[in-house]
Design a protein around this ligand. Structure first.
Ligand code: RTP
Ligand code: MG
Length: 139
């Protein structure tokens, strides 16, 4: 099924200038870019995006990290895009991520793990709407 998913190139990967290499991995997998922007997350946006993580022991560190420097937000589309992008990204903890995944290549820790991707169609719709208005997402 054709799906859209929200991807964030997190501040650690952006600062280390891995943006182009990471986007190339998605494009080589056949995923299409429908929207893209460079921005810095505010605490308010972090609280919205990571609403289900508020109250967890790592939340303060997560918000601090995600708001610390610019990141790249994008909408990717393709067949089965939600599961495929998570597969390409690899496990949350880079130590457990498979060879060739974005997190194996570029993540430094479970917190500073280079990328985010939506985990379900419901999350994708919710998260895309946080970062992009309808006219910013191409058909
Ligand atoms: P993401 O949402 O960023 O795509 O990552 P994910 O689904 O693989 O991981 P999730 O469980 O949704 O956690 C969201 C982000 O919170 C940070 N985290 N830190 N220190 C920790 O134990 C811990 N656990 C999670 C990570 O940045 C993770 O990507
Ligand atoms: Mg997640």
């Amino acid at each position: 099924m054709q799906e859209k998913t929200l991807v964030l190139i997190k501040p650690d990967a952006f600062e280390k200038q891995h943006t182009g290499d990471i986007i190339a991995i998605y494009e080589k997998a056949g995923l299409k870019i429908l929207a893209m922007k460079l921005m810095q997350m505010t605490p308010r946006v972090a609280q919205k995006h990571y609403a289900e993580h508020i109250g967890r022991p790592y939340y303060a560190e997560l918000e601090e990290f995600m708001t610390s420097a610019p990141l790249v937000a994008m909408v990717l589309a393709g067949d089965d895009a939600i599961a495929r992008v998570r597969e390409i990204n690899g496990k949350t903890n880079p130590a457990e991520a498979a060879e060739g995944t974005v997190r194996k290549l570029y993540a430094e820790s479970v917190g500073k793990n280079a990328v985010h991707a939506s985990d379900s169609p419901e999350s994708a719709a919710r998260e895309i709407a946080i970062f992009f208005s309808a006219i910013e997402v191409l058909d």
